[in-house]
Design a protein around this ligand. Structure first.
Ligand code: GLY
Length: 410
């Protein structure tokens, strides 16, 4: 690298002159945007953060960071790292549930509105802070995405600590799954070859609670798993969670979108991905435009849920593009959910096995959380957290009334 800073700057100046005719700074681009129906959103009165429930103080801390002028991506990462560091959160970082070989593989991506940069990592092993590593890819390389062995090497070169992410609890849950669980091989639910699990109801609409027949099957399977967990020596304190994770493998993830009072915004998504996945499987959380998308002029969105489905509708990008032409965050999110339903021709027998929540904030501070289904497996309304000066949990708006099932629960 022999180019001096002076040469670099003058080359940049020449390039800018060359681009002058494109009118990047003379207002014509903005005028063209308006002609195309793009809405100009003003900055909000105060910062806004939307994310998943975390159960720790990091959301309030991130909000305080924004009030003191911290970068929106750093605030978003603060929340993500709280989860990544928590061994009891089995959806991200340390303590994340492993793949079918018992190896924890993480995915993450970030987008930084002010610089319009993005970074992503996938199938990352042995490094806890996947979202920070995605930011490091963004800042330190000319790439957007680095995966697998390469990203582990990059992380170590950048000073990240190598550690075993498989906790004892996660390992025991994996062992139970290996003994009695079902994997992800075979046709997916979008395949014409796919058949619903034996005993699955074929009702047009999703019942809020399982049918009696289905309930009996679920109860029997749970009983078997509890007995197996006992025989395997899994402690009583862990048994219930282990059984639940075998029957309803987590698709949990953490997404954070944030805007500050200057209207600057960022998004970050981090996950250990689908539990018991096939090694090398990458979900939506590493995919810019699916698990996370931020456009400095418009807004930011991200997802938790069935990664495969979200990739196919480029969910976060779809949402931001809807808002660009004036949609409210709620309507934009509903449109992405409708596209998932449309991919299945509204076949409820298949859609019942899909779960999705979108977290959305527009540049002007309007926000929404929207979910495909109204309730979780406990019958509790799907929710999200917003902080706009006051932190609160709000119910998601939803497309379908009912509870998603899991292919592994029956
Ligand atoms: N949404 C996380 C995943 O599917 O990997």
């Amino acid at each position: 690298m022999t180019t001096s800073r002076r040469e670099f700057l003058s080359a940049g100046a020449l390039l800018a002159v060359g681009m002058g005719s494109a009118g990047l700074s003379d207002g014509r681009v903005e005028a063209q945007d308006k002609e195309r129906g793009a809405v100009e959103y003003k900055a909000p009165a105060r910062p806004v953060i939307v994310t998943r429930v975390t159960g720790d103080n990091t959301i309030a801390e991130a909000y305080a960071m924004l009030e003191k002028g911290a970068d929106t991506l750093d605030a978003a990462l603060h929340i993500g790292q709280g989860r990544e560091d928590d061994p009891n959160d089995h959806s991200v970082g340390l303590g994340g549930l492993p793949n079918e070989d018992g190896v924890v593989q993480l995915d993450a991506c970030v987008m930084h509105g002010p610089t319009r940069q993005a970074g992503s990592v996938a199938a990352l092993e042995n490094i806890c802070h996947a979202a920070l590593l995605a930011k490091t890819v963004m800042e330190k390389t000319g790439h957007v995405m680095i995966v697998g062995e390469g990203v582990e090497k990059f992380a170590i070169a950048e000073g990240f600590q190598k550690e075993n992410l498989l906790t004892d609890d996660a390992r025991k849950m994996w062992l139970l799954w290996k003994e009695h669980g079902k994997g992800w091989w075979g046709p997916g639910i979008d395949s014409p070859e796919w058949k619903p699990p034996a005993g699955a109801p074929k009702a047009e609409l999703m019942p809020r609670h399982p049918t009696r027949e289905q309930m009996a099957m679920v109860t029997e399977r749970m009983r078997d798993l509890y007995a197996l967990a006992d025989r395997m020596g899994i402690e009583p304190r862990l048994r219930r969670e282990a059984v639940m994770q075998v029957m309803w493998p987590t698709t949990g993830t953490i997404h954070v979108s944030a805007v500050n009072a200057k209207g600057e915004m960022s998004g970050a998504t981090t996950t250990s991905g689908l539990a018991w996945k096939i090694p090398g499987r990458v979900g939506d959380s590493a995919i810019i435009g699916a698990g996370c998308y931020t456009d400095q002029n418009v807004g930011s969105a991200g997802a938790t849920g069935s990664g495969e489905e979200n990739i196919k509708v480029a969910g976060a990008h779809t949402i931001v593009e809807q808002m660009r032409v004036g949609a409210s965050p709620k309507d934009a999110g509903m449109e992405a959910l409708r596209r998932i339903a449309a991919n299945y021709n509204h076949d409820m027998t298949r859609l019942r096995y899909i779960d999705m929540i979108y977290y959305i904030v527009r540049r002007d501070g309007a926000y929404a959380g929207v979910s495909l289904w109204s309730t979780d497996e406990w019958g509790k309304r799907k929710n999200f957290v917003v902080h706009d000066g006051t932190q609160r949990t709000e119910d998601c708006d939803y497309l379908f009334e009912g509870t998603p099932q899991n292919l592994h629960s029956i």
